[in-house]
Design a protein around this ligand. Structure first.
Ligand SMILES: Nc1ncnc2c1ncn2[C@@H]1O[C@H](COP(=O)(O)OP(=O)(O)O)[C@@H](O)[C@H]1O
Ligand SMILES: [Mg+2]
Length: 247
């Protein structure tokens, strides 16, 4: 059920939902000056929480009455159709390859008002090549005309180039790191690759933080926070705001 899949929608009063709203506010500050609208969520590897952050962030923007579209741009491992209970036909891979696509069905409505989704589509043989096509840039500008916020749920940035390519034409990039899992060197490598592509990285979300340093926090799966912290790399002092929430 959607309410179980997206904590910001199912439990809007939870600490986790509050943390996503804080992330939204931070991004709004960062984007207010230059009319920025598009955000890529990426990380170094799989399972660090990109899709969770992307879907929750899209939800809290939509709940603020912003017309929001979430694009599942991890065509190798798309998940948003499952989270939002949508068909994965007429997805991004179909659109980019121009195969089996009914253009009118590319943008799908969801149970959440103001929130629209483009699903990944079936796994194509050549995702990086598809993302490099001008068709991807054309889609991006069309979405920016039609929506207030465009969020890309990206592929992991170290094993494949898909997110690095997308980073060069979105307005902002957020990196997700997983507490106790993501190595500092990997995080640095991702940042360097994004910087080299000319991306504007605005911060890191520290996910899966142990919020209770006690028996349950250490030994129970319930001790992991959905979203642990955020800092803006625009800010030289690297102020750190720590937050966490129970699942
Ligand atoms: N803070 C968290 N606490 C507990 N489980 C989490 C958290 N963030 C993500 N997960 C779980 O970890 C798995 C991978 O998350 P996902 O968002 O799909 O990662 P990615 O998109 O980076 O591969 C999913 O099963 C998700 O439900
Ligand atoms: Mg994912």
């Amino acid at each position: 059920m959607l309410k179980d899949a997206i904590v910001s929608f199912g439990k809007p009063k939870s600490i986790a939902a509050e943390a996503y709203r804080t992330l939204r506010t931070n991004l709004e500050f960062s984007m207010s000056n230059d009319g920025a609208k598009s955000i890529l969520i990426t990380s170094s590897h799989v399972s660090e929480g990109k899709s969770s952050v992307a879907s929750n962030l899209a939800t809290v923007f939509a709940m603020q009455n912003k017309r929001t579209i979430l694009v599942d741009a991890d065509m190798r491992r798309g998940v948003q159709h499952k989270r939002f209970d949508l068909t994965n036909m007429n997805g991004l891979s179909n659109y980019l390859a121009n195969i089996n696509i009914d253009q009118d069905k590319l943008i799908k409505t969801t149970e959440i008002p103001n929130l629209y989704v483009i699903t990944s589509g079936p796994v194509p043989p050549n995702p990086s090549e598809l993302i490099s096509l001008n068709r991807m840039k054309d889609l991006m500008s069309a979405l920016k005309d039609e929506f207030d916020i465009v969020i890309f749920d990206g592929a992991p940035a170290l094993p494949v180039t898909d997110s690095i390519i997308i980073s060069s034409f979105v307005d902002r990039v957020v990196i997700v790191a997983s507490s106790g899992e993501t190595h500092k060197d990997e995080l640095k490598s991702v940042k360097l690759a994004l910087d080299n592509a000319g991306a504007r990285v605005v911060g890191v979300v520290l996910n899966k933080v142990d919020i209770e340093d006690n028996f349950y926090g250490k030994y129970s799966k319930y001790g992991k926070g959905y979203y642990g912290g955020y800092y803006s790399s625009d800010d030289d002092s690297k102020k750190k705001k720590k937050r966490g929430g129970k699942k």
